[in-house]
Design a protein. Structure first.
Lengths: 119, 307
């Protein structure tokens, strides 16, 4: 099973990125094989509109079942929901810590976006 | 001949001037049409009593998807410059299709979400789709009002657009209202929306002349300059009307002298003008002494019509 974590850097010790749609990087972590892949998200960082939509479409195509991020806007949430990807929120942690919290079932599944677009 | 009344700053008196000009030209026997392009908040109709009214829905195209033909190739979402399409793979659906033993389900496991508020109706997604999975439908963005107004026993056409509440983009409706076929009309007056971005640009585009209405205040001057820059970029001839003219006119006079722009009319800061406006009355009808303030504008228009 794979999960996506929005990240400020390219390794597991990086801090998570508070934003989803305009996250710098997504780390796609394989929980079974314990390895990961880095996806750059700069094209959406600079998007005028629809950054959340495209970020959501991109991570869903990686076959993830869940996303861990700082905040998730309405269009991103709608897209992830349609792709059956669960959303979990976290703050002030590294990617590694986020994965640990997820595996220990500390994180709560979101039922809605928690911020407006362009927040 | 198409003339736009624009400003930059809102509330300077565009509608006041548009309605007055509409009335004065009609009274001179010139066949005139008025188009209120401030579709987010049209107000000219509040001052006119139409003899006849016709309302049509304004619609825009949006894509529709046949998911049984969709291969999930993403050509459509890659093409979309507005990020309005999300192509996702619904793994649960795909499994259903694989294991279904009954009549085949019309589903490929691919799904495309359309965020219609971002769609600009360019038609590109259907063009690039290799399996013809995309067709078009329409959705309503507002209404177009087509009216006839009696001025001096002459019937003059009046049109306006009203954008639906919640719509983010006004240019598509502005374009539709401006493109209405006007037969036997000598002068069309376009009451533009305030500002200097997409809505105002769509209203003044392709006009022969623009009158910029300003007020002699620092904000008025700031936004007048933005509007002048806009018209210079669009290469449309223009001159200035100072509304609420007062001792502060020097702010605008100095600017216009520096920029070599003509001030063609001034309307004084007379409280009675605001009072007439507040009662839905076109002020030159109630205060006919102010018709003279428009004389240079009328001469300018008549001269252009003859040439």
């Amino acid at each position: 099973m794979k999960i996506a974590i929005s990240s400020q850097g390219k390794d597991l010790s990086s801090n998570i990125d508070e934003r989803f749609g305009r996250a710098k990087i997504f780390i796609i972590y394989d929980l079974d094989n314990k390895n990961f892949k880095v996806i750059e998200n700069t094209q959406n960082l600079n998007a005028q509109e629809g950054a959340g939509i495209q970020s959501a479409a991109n991570v869903s195509r990686e076959g993830v079942s869940a996303v861990i991020t700082g905040n998730c806007g309405p269009k991103a949430f709608k897209t992830l929901q349609a792709a059956k990807v669960k959303v979990y929120l976290i703050a002030n942690k590294t990617v590694e810590q986020a994965i640990e919290d997820y595996e220990n079932k500390v994180l709560k599944e979101q039922t809605n976006a928690n911020v407006e677009g362009h927040w | 001949m198409k003339i736009a009344i624009a400003s930059g700053k809102g509330g300077t008196g565009k509608s006041t001037v548009s309605l007055s000009l509409f009335t004065l030209l009609a009274q001179k026997g010139i066949k005139t049409a008025l188009i209120d392009c401030d579709v987010e908040e049209p107000n000219c109709h509040l001052f006119l009593n139409p003899a006849a009214s016709m309302i049509t829905q304004a619609t825009v195209k949006i894509p529709e998807f046949n998911f049984s033909k969709c291969t999930g190739c993403r050509a459509c979402s890659d093409f979309c410059a507005y990020n309005a399409l999300a192509v996702i793979r619904n793994e649960a659906c795909a499994k259903c299709v694989k294991y279904c033993t009954e009549v085949p389900i019309e589903c490929s496991g691919n799904e495309v979400l359309l965020f219609k508020e971002l769609c600009h109706s360019c038609g590109g997604c259907a063009l690039v789709c290799k399996t013809k999975a995309i067709s078009y439908t329409t959705r309503s963005i507002g209404e177009i009002f087509n009216e006839r107004v009696d001025i001096n026993n002459l019937i003059q056409p009046f049109y306006y657009g009203k954008l639906n509440v919640g719509e983010a983009k006004s240019p598509p409706l502005i374009k539709q209202v401006k493109n209405l076929n006007l037969k036997n009309v000598d002068v069309t007056i376009i009451d533009a929306p305030p500002g200097t971005s997409c809505p105002a640009i769509n209203a003044v585009e392709n006009c022969d002349y623009v009158f910029l209405v300003t007020e002699p205040t620092p904000f008025g001057l700031n936004d007048l300059n933005l509007a002048v820059q806009m018209l210079r970029k669009l290469k449309i001839e223009h001159s200035i009307i100072i509304n609420k003219s007062s001792d502060s006119d020097y702010l605008i006079n100095d600017y216009c002298q520096k920029m070599k722009i003509n001030i063609i009319a001034k309307i004084p800061d007379d409280r009675r003008i605001a009072e007439a406006y507040s009662r839905g009355i076109i002020f030159i009808n109630e205060l006919p002494e102010y018709k003279d303030n428009f004389s240079l504008i009328i001469n300018n228009i008549e001269k252009r019509l003859k040439s």
